[in-house]
Ligand binder design. Structure first.
Ligand code: 2P0
Length: 329
């Protein structure tokens, strides 16, 4: 047993994020580097709290998610990297709670692995820069690399063979451009197709995959420009375009990845109706049936009210842009 330098326990909170320019496809599966870069906003209202305790008496890592013992394989992948850096052979008990439904397309893996990276580094006594935490989180889930940062973040696909340049960076603090996001929950259960498997199938079967990769750089450049100019209409239009391009890729995968339900589609039409009525609101949808709607804070009540009336929408959660991952204890 190798004693640890830190206190052996740490608790961290990380917020979920939604990508405006999305990640789908891997450059290197073992390193979990993405095939394309991505740009996201971090959500204040959706978060994961994770406690990590390294103990001398364990024969393997233990993972508890929302109070239930869960498979620790992906958690151990991150912990193995921490153990190597901290020069310890101790296993850990990891306990995570989400304040939102797990595994339903609300990016619980993003907040979860970002919280794990910060808590595991802290519990092992390591002091890591945000860039290193982002790389560590990436090994758990690609989208988690972005949740290390608050506000707007960009994930770089990178080119290095060792994954050392595949990390996220902050573009803006939340206060630099306060936006609101309405999250319309159309399904509470865990019905999504696992993203890792889904994106692998898209890469090998969809005739649109090459076009998806080839057009990513243009979308990223345009989104960076929209953010720099605080041009909300441009940001929103591009978010919808990139989202629908991703779903065209998913729909053209064999077997097809159909993440939408009837309420998902109804909500998309309601958002377009809001725009026709002069309310600037734009949707984005990840690998699940929930609809996230970007709007200005002044319009958040109107957007929430319109989404709440959509048949099949169970709940609408409003969120501001949130902070980066941080220690609670
Ligand atoms: C994203 N998604 O950019 C995209 C949009 C879903 C749709 O990143 O295999 O759970 O763990 O790295 O991060 C979901 O994929 O995938 C995702 P892995 P992850 O947010």
């Amino acid at each position: 047993d190798q004693p640890l330098g830190g206190g052996a326990t740490a608790v961290a909170r990380a917020h979920s994020n939604i990508a405006l320019v999305k990640y789908w496809g891997k450059r290197d599966a073992a390193l979990n580097t993405p095939a394309v870069g991505s740009i996201s906003v971090t959500l204040a209202a959706l978060y994961t709290d994770t406690r990590v305790t390294f103990r001398p008496d364990l024969s393997g890592d233990e993972f508890w998610l929302d109070g239930s013992r869960s498979d620790a394989t992906r958690v151990s992948r991150v912990l193995d990297l921490v153990r190597r850096r901290a020069a310890t052979d101790r296993y850990a008990v990891v306990s995570s709670t989400n304040n939102f439904p797990t595994g339903a397309g609300l990016a619980s893996s993003a907040s979860g692995f970002a919280a794990l990276a910060v808590a595991a580094a802290g519990a092992s006594g390591l002091t890591l820069a945000d860039r290193e935490l982002s790389i560590l989180a990436r090994h758990g889930s690609g989208s988690a690399a972005r949740s290390i940062f608050g506000g707007f973040a960009e994930m770089h696909a990178g080119v290095a063979a060792d994954g050392s340049d595949a990390y996220a960076e902050q573009l803006l603090e939340p206060a630099d451009w306060p936006l609101s996001v309405a999250v319309a929950i159309t399904e509470r259960g865990e019905k999504s197709i696992n993203s890792t498997i889904g994106m692998g199938e898209s890469a090998t079967t969809s005739p649109f995959y090459q076009a998806w990769q080839d057009s990513a750089a243009d979308d990223l450049a345009e989104m960076r420009a929209a953010i720099a100019a605080r041009d909300f209409a441009r940001l929103g239009e591009l978010s919808e375009y990139n989202c629908l391009k991703l779903h065209a890729l998913m729909l053209s995968t064999r077997p097809a990845l159909i993440y939408w339900n009837a309420a998902t589609v109804a909500a998309m039409h309601v958002v377009r109706g809001l725009r026709a009525d002069g309310v600037p609101a734009y949707f984005t949808i990840d690998a699940g049936p929930q609809v996230k709607v970007l709007c200005l804070p002044a319009d958040s009540a109107a957007v929430r009210g319109a989404l709440a009336l959509v048949p099949g929408v169970h709940e609408v959660r409003m969120s501001a842009l949130g902070p980066g991952a941080h220690r609670l204890e």
